[in-house]
Design a protein around this ligand. Structure first.
Ligand code: PLP
Length: 449
């Protein structure tokens, strides 16, 4: 199909030739040409429609072509398309008021960015300025963004690429919470949440610790949901040692887990919460670093040494106001919670049927389907090292088959992430699950033992 001047093939070729494909070898990158999107579907250059089963990068929470958000963008562009961050604007005031309503109680002072990684960079600087300390304790199975500070605080192997120049300053890694494959080989609930105890051990044995950084529900690294005792315990540890708790809700926020923010599941308020993605339903790039009143008070008479040209850019804020109001109007947080048992049931069925499915886990409309070669050893079908060595991963092969059946799904190393727009219906869930069901046989055939 033709655009005005370019054919679909030319569009793909120009994109490929002049742009970097991310987290991959450039050779072999054949980007799909997308021309349209509506609701839970995207449409390619040949007019084929796909169910968007991972909401693009777990961010298009409202679905595509929401007219209220589109109108808000147009209206803001007409009225005031840019104002430097030193100014007050109506949209900034309006969004701030709305955020105080929906964020965990007490998070009331904001720094706006244009991405999740920048929100984390702001969080690290704020934590370091506030505490006068340097170290951030992060966890191995985590992703916090690709810029220098955030990638240094990223526990997963995407960090390795920046390490030849020396590790990022002041970050140390502790164990993630992962009850399927516990990194310290404990078994819940007999463990007494030993992974949190280990973080305490680290705090006690390190000097100069500013903050503990967590994804409350770990995203790309496999939708790891902590047991209910974990978060209150971690909050208590942080309070005891005067260490800040930073919750990275870039992916887990905005209704994804069936609460406005994942931290709400445990009634725990972090000192700093960062987010992005779903804040505008991904209609425009916006990130947020939200801090507590005590941190806000500190900067009344301490210099706030941070800023961006596009901080609080009106064009990023107007769609956020509209997206949050749309979430409220459609009651999408409750919808995500309400659909959880249905999706869980479907995934449990997949697990019962396919020996290659080692685990299914999640919350709300945020799930992982974890593939293993062997249910006893839990050995995955591939590793990140395979990816950087250019060895094809089985999950990518299966995702390709699923795509041909009209469903886009995110695959990462040895698992799939199911995180559809929160407006998804049961019929659409069935369509996505059926596509997975059809092609998991490829993995089943490779199961050992
Ligand atoms: N933090 C988490 C938990 C994420 O999942 C991501 C992106 O996937 C980021 C931070 C980085 O956000 P961005 O890609 O907007 O910089």
């Amino acid at each position: 199909e033709k655009s005005e001047t370019l054919t679909s093939e030319q569009i793909v070729e120009l994109t490929r030739k002049h742009n970097y494909g991310t987290w991959r070898f450039q050779k072999g990158w054949n980007p799909m040409h997308i021309v349209d999107a509506e609701g839970c579907y995207i449409v390619d250059g040949k007019g084929k429609r796909y169910l968007d089963f991972s909401a693009q990068l777990m961010c298009s929470n409202l679905g595509h072509k929401n007219q209220v958000v589109i109108d808000a963008i147009a209206k803001q562009a007409q009225q005031l398309s840019y104002a430097m961050p030193g100014y007050a604007t109506e949209v900034r005031a309006e969004l701030s008021k709305l955020l105080v309503e929906v964020l965990p109680a007490g998070l009331s002072k904001f720094f706006f960015t244009t991405s999740g990684t920048e929100a984390n960079e702001a969080a690290f600087k704020i934590a370091r300025m506030y505490t006068g300390k340097t170290k951030i304790i992060a966890r191995y199975r985590s992703y916090h963004g690709s810029t220098t500070g955030s990638i240094a605080a990223t526990g997963d192997p995407r960090r390795w690429a920046m390490e030849p120049g020396g590790k990022g300053p002041g970050v140390i890694f502790g164990p993630e919470v992962n009850c399927y494959k516990c990194p310290i080989r404990h078994t819940y609930p007999g463990c007494g949440i030993a992974c949190a105890d280990y973080l305490e051990h680290m705090i006690r044995n390190e000097s100069d610790v500013a903050a503990v950084l967590i994804e409350p529900v770990v995203g790309t690294n496999g939708v790891l949901v902590p047991p209910d005792e974990y978060m209150p315990k971690l909050r208590k540890i942080c309070d005891e040692y005067g260490v800040l708790l930073i919750a990275d809700e870039v992916m887990s926020g905005w209704g994804r887990t069936g609460e406005w923010f994942a931290m709400n599941h445990w009634g725990v308020v972090p000192d700093i919460l960062t987010t992005a993605k779903g804040i505008t339903g991904a209609y425009v790039p916006l990130g947020l670093c939200a801090t507590s009143g005590k941190i806000a008070d500190f900067f009344e008479d301490h210099y706030f040494a941070h800023g961006h040209t596009y901080e609080a850019h009106p064009m990023t804020l107007a769609p956020a106001v509209a997206a949050i109001r749309e979430m409220q109007r459609m009651d999408l947080v409750a919808r995500a919670k309400g659909l959880e048992p249905y999706l869980r049931g479907k995934l449990e069925e997949l697990k019962a049927k396919h020996p290659s499915v080692g685990d299914v886990r999640g919350k709300g409309l945020f799930w992982a389907v974890d593939l293993v070669k062997n249910r006893t050893t839990k050995e995955p079908f591939g590793t990140y090292s395979d990816k950087v060595a250019g060895r094809p991963l089985l999950v990518d092969q299966i995702a390709g088959k699923i795509l041909a059946d009209g469903v886009t799904i995110q695959a990462w190393v040895s698992h799939f992430i199911i995180a559809p727009p929160l407006i998804i219906t049961k019929v659409q869930i069935d369509f996505g699950i059926d596509a997975l069901d059809r092609h998991l046989s490829i993995a089943d055939a490779l199961v050992e033992g």
